[in-house]
Design a protein around this ligand. Structure first.
Ligand code: OAD
Length: 243
């Protein structure tokens, strides 16, 4: 592992353009549950079954209970050494883009700047009637929060399964990935599109691609580096000794 980390650090040092994609695994060590695996259950529900427009249409109160639970939990945690190391990496690389599937806002809290939150942000809400988007950091919004402008039912301003990504953000993510010299994929199960294919596109355009995950993923065999372990331990080692 030591050898691989050193080799990847050298690739990063030489790269003028770096893209990073993160998923729920980077926040796991902060105490934020992942969507799949052992952290993916809330009460008796799979988290992935509640993050859908169908679940919200059927039972908005249940979905809001789930999101209030997530908001409350996330309001009590903070960024970890992996988030922090990516802030350091951004300061060391001339052209750096961080693409995250996470809605927890921890990259922003840590200080990342060139950040694309492709699945939205948990602290934003959107009116289902007038579509107005507002920022609301209260941990508990109740199970039937209403829009202050029109009285419509609010929903979390996040992308759910089956919903399209913001086209501008998607375009910028593809551009950053395909133009990168090195792309890191950290803590994502690499099963949700289009995020899952960003690293493969980068590789097909000549980028060195590296995965950091607790376990192997469907993308592991396509990676130039597959570092198995905790993000909070491995990512800081990639920037160690640079400053
Ligand atoms: P998942 O929950 O699918 O995957 C988390 C990944 O992180 C797994 O591959 C774990 O092995 C890995 N992992 C866990 N702890 C780790 C640690 N300490 N260090 C490194 N890796 C670790 O989460 P995502 O891939 O982010 O979408 O899921 C993608 C999307 O599916 C989410 O953004 C969400 C979900 O439904 C929406 O909400 C739209």
């Amino acid at each position: 592992m030591e050898k691989e980390i050193n080799a990847l650090r050298e690739k990063l040092r030489k790269a003028d353009r770096v893209a990073v994609l993160t998923g729920a695994g980077i926040s796991a060590e902060s105490g934020v549950p992942t969507f799949r695996g052992s952290g993916g259950l809330w009460r008796n529900y799979q988290a992935t079954d509640l993050a859908t427009p169908q679940a919200f249409a059927k039972d908005p109160e249940l979905v809001w209970e789930f999101y209030n639970w997530r908001r409350d939990l996330i309001s009590k945690v903070t960024y970890n050494p992996a988030h922090r190391a990516l802030v350091d990496l951004e300061s060391l690389v001339p052209n750096f883009t961080l693409i995250t599937q996470n809605v927890d806002g921890l990259h922003l809290l840590a200080g990342s700047q060139n950040l694309l939150e492709i699945h939205g942000n948990l602290w934003k809400v959107r009116c289902t009637r007038c579509r107005e988007i507002t920022l609301d950091r209260s941990p508990d919004l109740g199970t039937s929060p209403k829009c202050k402008t029109c009285g419509g039912l609010l929903r979390p301003h996040v992308i759910w399964f089956g919903e399209s990504l913001d086209q501008d953000i998607l375009h910028r993510s593809i551009e950053a990935s395909t133009n990168s010299r090195v792309m890191l994929v950290i803590g994502t199960s690499s099963v949700v599109q289009p995020a899952a294919s960003l690293a493969l596109e980068a590789k097909s355009r000549g980028a060195v691609v590296a995965e950091i995950n607790l376990e192997r993923t469907p993308n592991s065999s396509s990676m130039d580096f597959s570092l198995i372990g905790k993000a909070g331990e491995i990512v800081p080692r990639l920037v160690e000794g640079w400053k």
